[in-house]
Design a protein around this ligand. Structure first.
Ligand code: HEM
Length: 223
């Protein structure tokens, strides 16, 4: 039963929609949390510490954080796997042998594919930069994310990588939210306008909210 659902196109699209919405929820929380950087190092670093102690004393140190990490990894893997399989299916189904010009995937489909690849690469870079410190530009300081963020956005390439990724994120969410709503059956003639507007507002708020941090450092508001 589960196997048949997973093998169907609708099943894979449902997996994409649900995993996408889980990641979207995480991003809204992450973006709001990041804005605390505008209240100074003390408040931002305190917030990062809280992320590790949340749920105590029931949860041990970092247990809640690890739970969130596991859910996110499952969501990313499910999202990427079903995207890849759906796109293979799409390519196989095209009757390219019989037509003169190969039909190209639509603009939205191509944007989603490239956006997804950019975001996948960004997530790896971002974790190596601000969680493990492996590719970090300054001397990475465990437990001091405020200083680490300032270091990242004090380099030109740090700003370029993050701003490009956030623009890709906005486009990806704009179309992805809309597609997820259709897959999950929320679309209808009367609701489609409202759904499109919600997708646009969400995409814009997330992009602007995330980009505010590098802009804050570049302009010296955060230093
Ligand atoms: C300008 C934009 C962003 C900034 C300034 C930022 C900042 C940070 C910081 C400082 C951390 C480390 C937190 C800590 O260790 O306490 C972090 C972790 C993380 N961020 Fe971001 N982030 C941004 C955008 C994003 C985006 C767009 C995504 C997803 C597509 C993302 C996903 C993550 C993930 C998965 C972690 C790892 C959490 C963990 O396992 O500890 N971030 N971010």
């Amino acid at each position: 039963m589960a196997r048949t659902a997973w093998d169907s196109t609708v099943g894979k699209k449902t997996v994409m929609a649900v995993s996408g919405l889980i990641m979207l929820l995480y991003l809204v929380v992450h973006m709001i949390g990041n804005l605390k950087i505008f209240f100074g190092a003390g408040e931002f670093n305190h917030y990062a510490h809280w992320l590790r102690t949340v749920g105590e004393p029931f949860m041990h140190y970092e247990w809640t954080l690890w739970l969130v990490r596991i859910v996110l990894v499952v969501a990313v893997v499910a999202h990427a796997t079903s995207a890849y399989q759906l796109s293979r299916r799409d390519i196989r189904a095209r009757p390219s042998k019989y037509v003169h010009k190969k039909p190209r995937a639509s603009y939205a489909t191509r944007t989603m594919r490239w956006g997804g690849i950019i975001l996948g690469l960004f997530i790896v870079w971002h974790i190596l930069d601000l969680t493990t410190g492996t590719v970090h530009s300054g001397g990475f300081q465990e437990g001091r994310p405020y200083q680490n963020v300032v270091d990242t956005f004090s380099t030109w390439y740090g700003n370029v990588i993050y701003v490009v990724a956030m623009l890709a994120l906005g486009l990806h969410i704009r179309h992805g939210f809309w597609s997820a709503a259709q897959t999950l059956g929320a679309g209808s003639r009367s609701r489609d306008r409202a759904l499109k507007a919600t997708a646009n507002v969400l995409a814009l708020l997330l992009t602007v909210g995330f980009i505010a941090v590098p802009v804050g450092v570049m302009t010296g508001v955060v230093s």
